[in-house]
Write a protein that binds this ligand. Structure first.
Ligand code: PAF
Length: 299
């Protein structure tokens, strides 16, 4: 298959490299990152090791699908750019957050949107250099739950390259489950400035993780999304499997970049309010991380 990775940061670059083992891949990302890849190849370290040579300039030829890996706050802008540059074509979102599919559907059209989640952990080391810190499963699905040929083809293409992928008939539920995991792991690791694994090493951090998950479960239920308490164990399992990873939110914070706190924890707060509830822990995390985005530390 022929894939465009749009928004090739840490995760997108990792997927591009893995997919390039058996497929054609065009990476679209930040200029400097693309320049280094064009010149020296993309270096992956950690679980995956190697230098991968990928296309970084579009020659006008046709591609089958776009894999969108931009930050959730850039989805709308990315959707407009994809539409303008490549026209209407299938877009698979592998982003964090709850509203990506909805925004893509509004701009590109319902029938082109495919949902997905992945818990691979990747860290951006420097331009042209990525660290693969954790392996996790990838789940994809059509928004209407149908098992179409395109979804089967994508899953097959991913699996062929060692990206363990399952098809879901209820991708919305998977996206919510992933958002709970992100609300707990990303929000907390950003606050504590620690690697994912620390959340299981320290009992106080672990209690916080459990409380965030429980609050998110309540919000999900109010929205009609059934997520059981098992998500707490799942979150811990992902923290364990990506123990060595610096979560994407902490990476952003350390680089002085805007985080996805509004699109993850902030979204739980807004949905809770729509249902006449409060999500205090998520609200605390949202406000604290937003303050940390601009704080100047003493000393
Ligand atoms: O955003 C992230 O960092 C990742 O989704 C995950 C799975 C929490 C690993 O760090």
């Amino acid at each position: 298959m022929r894939f465009i990775i749009f928004g090739a940061g840490a995760l997108g670059s990792l997927f591009g490299a893995l997919l390039s083992m058996h497929h054609d891949v065009l990476l679209v990302g930040r200029k400097k990152h693309m320049e280094v890849i064009k010149e020296k190849g993309l270096k992956i370290e950690g679980i995956t090791e190697g230098v991968f040579y990928l296309e970084t300039e579009w020659d006008g030829s046709e591609y089958d699908i776009v894999i969108l890996t931009t930050k959730a706050y850039d989805t709308e802008k990315a959707a407009r750019e994809i539409l303008k540059k490549f026209g209407k074509m299938p877009v698979l979102s592998l982003q964090n957050g709850l509203r990506n599919e909805e925004m893509l559907a509004e701009i590109i059209g319902n029938e082109y949107v495919i949902g997905g989640v992945t818990s691979h952990g990747a860290t951006f080391l420097e331009y042209g250099r990525i660290y693969h810190a954790g392996i996790g499963e990838t789940i994809i699905g059509e928004i209407d739950g149908k098992i179409t040929d395109r979804i089967k083809n994508i899953a097959e293409a991913f699996n062929k390259c060692g990206i363990e992928t399952k098809i879901s008939r209820n991708i919305k539920n998977e996206i919510w489950r992933k958002a709970v995991v992100n609300a707990a792991i990303n929000g907390l690791t950003a606050l504590l400035k620690c690697k994912n694994g620390f959340l299981l090493e320290n009992r106080n951090a672990e209690i916080l993780l459990e409380k965030i998950c429980r609050e998110c479960i309540k919000v999900a239920r109010a929205e009609g999304i059934e997520i059981g308490e098992k998500i707490i164990d799942k979150t811990k399992e992902i923290a364990e499997k990506t123990a060595d990873n610096i979560s994407s939110m902490l990476q952003d914070l350390l680089k002085g970049k805007k985080t996805e706190i509004e699109e993850i924890n902030g979204e739980f707060v807004r949905i809770a309010r729509r249902h006449g509830m409060e999500a205090y822990i998520n609200e605390f995390l949202t406000l604290a991380i937003k303050a940390m985005e601009s704080v100047r530390h003493l000393g």
